[in-house]
Ligand binder design. Structure first.
Ligand code: KG4
Ligand code: ZN
Length: 332
């Protein structure tokens, strides 16, 4: 069964061809970092326009790379939410158009579900597992009991973890998106140089908050001269990263322990972070829990994870009709 997956929920235009839910024949992504970089964040209007420009070459490129044509495709999967509505509509409209013209069935995919299942592109992980989804738009903790069976355990009260990375990177003049830049800069810094606060939500052990640390870094930067800021950049990056990592690791381990869940799966763009990967592994080992994380290209937005989530639903007989609309605030 050949599934074409299409993703345009934010600022990456992506398509993939997946065979039998297992073999990735093609996975093509066009990132818009250069377009949004000068603005320090995604500009929705520009993102939609870029998707319009990129979507046909990306889908064509994925099919060509897979050595397939539309005639070989058995089903299509496309993200219909959550995300930027103008961006979502580009992918959704294209897939609906293809489906209308060629009769190939399609399903709309929840972007969050695709992140939670992305690990299965590379690893066999038994259910149930605890999934920490940390991206530019979300920080969520779920118990994944099976395909379509997700128990929400907690989430962020304010900023997403990736958003904190991007905002701090912007303050430090590291460009957008900033997660990877901070990760790299932190390699040469001392994570104990500055003690940034670790927010704790009293009422729930599984909730996150990242607005406080963002403000703490801002105050710290303000208190330093330009020269000091430059000299201490790596230490600031490492100390900030250490604090964010602690705030992500603690609730995940606590949830796994309390629920007796033996596996933790990381997903979303922030799961590409080297310190988070290392620390989660360390702490999980101590708690006798296994940790799995996707390759960085499957942590960030990609078409393969959309194709995989869609594959499961297509296989179960789900089909969407042409009334399906984009849903910017879609939840799981
Ligand atoms: O999942 P994703 O590609 O898009 C969303 O759905 O949001 O995640 C993008 C986010 C950005 O905030 C980016 O800065 C962050 O993931 N990110 C990282 C790293 N690579 C990407 N954050 C920390 N360390 C990284 N290595
Ligand atoms: Zn995402």
């Amino acid at each position: 069964m050949l599934v074409l997956g299409v993703e345009t929920s934010c600022d990456d235009t992506a398509a993939a061809v997946l065979q039998d839910g297992q073999t990735i024949l093609a996975n093509v992504v066009s990132s818009q970092d250069e377009v949004h970089g000068p603005y320090g964040g995604v500009v929705p209007e520009l993102a939609s326009r870029q998707h319009i420009k990129n979507i046909m070459p990306i889908v064509d490129g994925a099919l060509r790379k897979a050595g397939a044509t539309l005639k070989d495709v058995d089903g299509m999967a496309v993200t219909y939410g959550p995300g930027l509505v103008g961006s979502l509509l580009v992918g959704l409209s294209l897939v609906k158009g293809i489906s209308f013209r060629s009769g190939i069935p399609y399903v709309g995919v929840n972007h969050l579900e695709a992140h939670l299942l992305a690990i299965h592109l590379e690893h066999e992980v038994a259910f149930p597992y605890l999934a920490l989804l940390a991206s530019g738009g979300h920080t969520l903790l779920y118990c994944v009991r099976g395909v379509g069976d997700y128990a929400h355990l907690g989430g962020t009260r304010d900023d997403a973890a990736g958003e904190a990375y991007d905002k701090v990177a912007k303050m430090m003049g590291l460009g957008y998106p900033g997660g990877r830049a901070i990760d790299q800069l932190a390699q040469t810094g001392n994570p104990k140089a500055i003690r940034f606060p670790r927010a704790r939500i009293k009422s729930s052990a599984y909730e996150f908050s990242f607005s406080g640390i963002k403000t703490a870094v801002w105050h710290y930067l303000k208190s330093q001269s330009e020269e000091e800021r430059r000299a201490k950049a790596a230490d600031i990056a490492a100390s900030f990263q250490e604090a964010v990592t602690d705030m992500l690791v603690r609730p995940a381990i606590a949830a796994a322990r309390t629920g007796g869940i033996e596996r933790i799966v990381l997903s979303g763009g922030v799961a590409a972070n080297s310190r988070l990967r290392a620390k989660m592994k360390e702490e999980a080992e101590a708690a006798e829990v296994s940790v799995y994380y996707p390759a960085p290209k499957f942590c960030t937005d990609n078409g393969a994870m959309i194709a995989l989530a869609g594959y499961h639903w297509l296989k179960r007989g789900r089909r969407d009709d042409f009334s399906l609309n984009a849903d910017a605030d879609l939840t799981l």
